[in-house]
Design a protein around this ligand. Sequence first.
Ligand code: SF4
Length: 86
Amino acid sequence: MSKEHTYTNGEVTIVWKADLCIHSRKCWTGLGEVFKPGQRPWIEPAGASTQRIIDQVKRCPSGALSYRMNDGSSEAPESTGTDVGG
Ligand code: SF4
């Protein structure tokens, strides 16, 4: 299955599944402080607040990006937005 890469700021863990990424550029045009395709590792969770990271992760059109809270709490409130595109 998809290879998972994880990146954490200590509070939230960003999960990126490389196989699903369609390189839509949504994440780095939306939150360039965290998603930096030119560098390795290309995701830098320290670049923005947890809430901003979560908001951006939810906008990933392919499902390549997801997240989990490190404290095991349930996820942040569900967004019902149907932001499409990419
Ligand atoms: S938004 Fe999702 S699909 Fe687009 S580049 Fe980022 S991880 Fe890949």
